[in-house]
Design a protein around this ligand. Sequence first.
Ligand SMILES: Cc1cc2nc3c(=O)[nH]c(=O)nc-3n(C[C@H](O)[C@H](O)[C@H](O)COP(=O)(O)O)c2cc1C
Length: 310
Amino acid sequence: VKRVLVVHYSQSGQLTEILDSIAGPLRECDGIEVTSERLQPIPRYPFPWPFYRFLDVFPESVLLEPPALESLGIDGQMRFDLVILGYTVWYLSPSPPVTAFLRSDAAKVLKGVPVVTVVNARDKWLTAQERVKAELARLGARLIDHVAFVHQGNPAQHLATTLRWMWTGRKDPFWGAFPAAGVDPGEIRAASRFGGAIREALVSGEEIAGGPLLTHLGAVKVDEDTVLQERLAHPNFVFWAKLIRSAGEPGSLWRAPLLLLFSLYLGGMILAALPVVVMYKLFLRPFLRRRTERWVRYYEQPSGSSTAAP
Ligand SMILES: Cc1cc2nc3c(=O)[nH]c(=O)nc-3n(C[C@H](O)[C@H](O)[C@H](O)COP(=O)(O)O)c2cc1C
């Protein structure tokens, strides 16, 4: 029997649905045993989020300062043939409960094991994946595949629908101009194709550690604009996170003025992102095109964006 561990943290349950879709074909297979671990931080984060709490988790998320976790059903001594690690993105970083898992004793289960990462974000997961990759390398895990699920609509639409969802809990389409928040349900159903490919590889008995298993299935899609925006934003996030963290612990009143200043900065950055990308395309792209294309190819590794049969 092949043993697969699926570990993740989800607030609304959206990432849980995605992972259930992926794990479906594995659960149906007699020769595969699936263990699921849904992480829970102590105390739990609110959902929907009060505005101030939403801001207050920023410094610790970016600085990878993890919360405590409720006790896990697995321990570092257990052996698995494959681990599927699902995470959402908070402020260009893995959500803190997943950071907590990666820094826990139980994360020793990842040593020497092939890992498939599954990310769910509004649309900005590149920096978070770099940070997860660094943690996996430190743990001696082997990242063989990466699959990304982003929210439906154009960037202005999913910015509005995601914030409305996070702050009010409402996911429905509105004003005839904005689609439902989150990942397209059709894409969630279609995620079972990844589980099908993993099942085939596991039952065929081939050596899967070399990976990738999920090429030609449209596992990720990276666009130049996101690469640019994240590479510009992340160093600023680290600066702000250190500054706010130096003012006190989560919940401390000393952080309030800085957090409010940061929220203005963030709003400004988001509004400025569009003209910056237009300016880039008009003036700088001809000079930087090769580099950005190289970045896109880099972030699409290891599974790639291709949907064409080999
Ligand atoms: C505090 C917070 C910060 C977030 N920051 C980002 C971000 O930087 N980039 C992004 O694409 N999505 C961001 N999101 C959206 C989430 O990644 C995710 O898609 C959404 O929370 C759904 O996940 P769930 O399954 O936990 O409900 C953020 C969400 C929260 C709650």
